[in-house]
Design a protein around this ligand. Structure first.
Ligand code: FES
Length: 315
């Protein structure tokens, strides 16, 4: 993926933990095009590679890329570096935009955003409403008004902003009970939200439902498990604070990686046995049956059996 060196032109705190960063070319040159749903991979000053959705509507010759970074104090350090080490004037290496969550044409839309999952959804809603479209319904779920980036933008007749601290979880069933081929559902947010939407849309046509689970540090939510490395049967303990990728490497298994954020697929392994909680944004549902992305995904079962992926087996 081609890389660019961009300068942070502005930073703004949208909430106590979400910071907006504007990146531009230092000479003011236009940047590579992107469409709503696109993301860039940023190398943080501390050396992590993290994927961030572009929050604006995109176009052919954008002058800037705008991303929002939620500080994950218990995460793996990437977001903390983006908050603590980046100021206006910092130069960052970023990838050209890629898009695994593209906005497909439809007569109407239902967007469901959870927390900072609003970022790609905002790009889509702005693109559609900017073109004068109606039938662009938004459900935006956050804990409280104080923790809601871009709150002031979503007060229209087709917007529902729901704060769980005030009113508990929003029941999504009334919005999803009746499948409609004229509607595309887009959902971006934490794993629990995308799982719920996947379950509640099981009776929808698969092509009408688009889910994007954003990667977080997951610290504190992870359970330890054992990974069996199939080629030699070695048993690798994966503690809660280590990724599968890191644990395999610690025990001498060579696994290639690149983004370490679940977006490039370089660290994909073959899944031979066990149940996985998939946290990547790269595998299709079909691929998830027999693959696991080692940098972000974890076992649901006490033990999983993995091996090199077909593409990466030694000749
Ligand atoms: S290294 Fe990119 S998906 Fe794991």
């Amino acid at each position: 993926m081609p890389e660019l060196r961009l300068r942070v032109a502005e930073t703004t705190d949208l909430t106590p933990v979400v910071r907006r960063l504007v990146l531009r070319d230092a000479n003011g040159s236009p940047l590579p095009a992107y469409e709503p749903g696109a993301h860039i991979v940023v190398t943080t000053p501390a050396g992590h590679r993290r994927s961030y959705s572009l929050v604006d509507a995109g176009g052919a010759r954008p002058r800037e890329y705008v991303v929002c970074v939620r500080r994950e104090a218990g995460g793996r350090g990437g977001s903390v570096s983006m908050h603590d080490d980046v100021v206006a004037g910092t130069d960052l290496v970023v990838s050209a935009p890629a898009n695994r969550f593209p906005l497909e044409p439809a007569p109407r839309y239902l967007f469901i955003a959870g927390g900072v999952g609003i970022t790609p959804i905002r790009a889509m809603v702005r693109r559609l409403r900017g073109a004068g479209r109606t039938g662009v319904r938004l459900l935006y779920l956050t804990r409280s008004a104080r923790e809601t980036p871009f709150l002031e933008e979503f007060d229209g007749p087709e917007d529902t902003v729901h704060h769980s601290a005030d009113r508990g979880q929003l029941d999504l069933w009334p919005y999803l009970a009746v499948p409609d081929d004229d509607v595309r559902v887009y959902c971006c947010g934490p794993a629990a939200l995308t799982r719920t939407v996947r379950t509640l849309t099981a009776h929808w046509r698969v092509s009408r439902v688009h889910l994007e689970e954003f990667a977080t540090g997951h610290s504190g939510m992870a359970s330890p498990f054992t990974a069996v490395w199939a080629p030699d049967g070695r048993r690798v303990d994966v503690p809660a604070h280590l990724s599968l990728l890191a644990a395999l490497r610690r025990d001498g298994v060579r696994v290639e990686s690149s983004c370490e954020a679940g977006v490039c697929g370089t660290c994909r392994l073959t899944l031979l046995d066990g149940e996985v909680e998939h946290r990547d944004s790269v595998l299709t549902e079909g691929e998830r049956v027999s693959s696991v992305v080692a940098c972000v995904s974890r076992a649901r079962s006490p033990e999983i059996v993995v091996g090199p992926h077909e593409d990466r087996k030694p000749a």
